[in-house]
Design a protein around this ligand. Structure first.
Ligand code: NDP
Length: 338
């Protein structure tokens, strides 16, 4: 019998997610008596996203909550090992939400279709620089934010998978960019590698004081991955008619009780600010255009990126927790051992 190793959601986290919220419960490998259209995949690399924390909660979100006792929902790049679907030949790689397990039967009727990884694209790139985080960055800063030449753009979570792409896409569109990240090393990447004009280390500096210094005329466009105090500081330094794009609010994902929120929302009125949240899933029609542009920049050497690759099935839950301590050094991935 071939085992399907699985990390399942053992209980819904209360507050800070921890290792005890997950349990290792293996099962038998799915037998490949596939229905027409289905494929059997073997996960090779997993990708980690802070949003998985929200999917673990019971309340209403933009996706159905993860089921208890089932493999944790998460993205993966996998090899097709059996196929009843000519669009997914055996040996090709696909990506999708295949979960924290070795094997999955996917492309079932009514489910989101897996994305075929183009020939020549490595699995790490498919989940990393050409994956959902970069597409989120592209749709968020271009379509939702409407970035334009001359904008003064502020990005929080700027050294991460989404943020580092936002910084570079904004710069490639002629904006001047200020990034916010935790620690001197990540701030160094922002300026030296990703081309931000300046970086603010929110762990060691007063964000409001630095913003007043770096952007005396105000921020035109703020791309927020973090929420909380950083959002409040940004609202306090927006320019007239400034735009705020809410992509994520990781600072609150592990809060047991929601915080009371920014205390300075009245500035939205006096400064005629706009604030819009978005979800990548609403912009899937733009994926071909975004992917082509990202690939073009990558091939032209205009995009820099980092992937942080951990190893081994046992390390999956601990790897997820790295997102909430800032230990991840770029897009967090994990390569599964054989
Ligand atoms: P990252 O690669 O940026 O990893 C998470 C980072 O968040 C950490 O490295 C850490 O960076 C920072 N962080 C963690 N805790 C805190 C905290 N309490 N306060 C401030 N910063 C913190 O993750 P992603 O790029 O994948 O995701 C970034 C955001 O984008 C998330 O909020 C995510 O949910 C959101 N997202 C939204 C999508 C959408 O469709 N709207 C799609 C995909 C992602 P540091 O070391 O700098 O503190």
């Amino acid at each position: 019998m071939t085992l399907n190793r699985r990390w399942v959601l053992a209980r819904r986290p209360v507050g800070q997610v921890g290792l005890d919220d997950f349990a290792r419960i293996d099962a038998e490998m799915p037998v490949p008596d596939l229905a027409k259209g289905e494929i059997l995949v073997r996960n090779r690399i997993l990708g980690f996203d802070p949003a998985q924390r929200g999917w673990m909660d019971k309340g209403a979100g933009y996706m159905t909550p993860m089921a208890l006792g089932e493999p944790v929902r998460g993205s993966a790049c996998a090899e097709v090992i059996a196929s009843q679907n000519p669009a997914y030949p055996v040996g090709r790689f696909v990506r999708g939400l295949f979960g924290w397990q070795d094997y999955a039967v996917v492309a079932r009727a009514g489910e989101t279709a897996p994305i075929l990884v183009p020939e020549g694209v490595q699995p790490e790139e498919a989940l990393g620089v050409l994956g959902a985080a970069s597409l989120t960055a592209w749709a968020g800063i271009k379509t939702v934010g409407g970035v334009k030449s001359g904008d003064c753009v502020l990005v929080s979570g700027a050294a991460g998978a989404v943020g580092s792409m936002v910084v570079q896409i904004a710069r490639l569109n002629g904006a001047r960019v200020i990034g916010i990240a935790g620690g001197t090393e990540k701030c160094r990447w922002l300026v030296e590698d990703y081309g931000a004009e300046a970086a603010i280390d929110y762990r060691n500096e007063d964000v409001a004081v630095r913003l007043a210094d770096l952007a005396p005329d105000g921020i035109d466009l703020f791309f927020d991955n973090v929420g909380g105090d950083i959002l409040e500081a940004a609202i306090g330094h927006m320019a007239f008619h400034g735009r705020i794009v809410l992509c994520g609010s990781i600072s609150g994902y592990n809060d047991e009780q929601p915080s009371s929120g920014p205390c300075n929302l009245s500035r939205m009125i006096s400064y005629r600010l706009s604030m819009q949240g978005f979800i990548l899933l609403d912009h899937l029609d733009q994926v071909p255009t975004a992917s082509a542009e990202l690939r073009g920049w990558l091939e032209a050497g205009k995009l820099r990126y980092r992937t942080d690759i951990q190893h081994g099935f046992d390390a999956i839950p601990a790897t997820f927790l790295r997102l909430f301590t800032g230990e991840n050094q770029g897009k967090q991935l994990l390569r599964l051992d054989a």
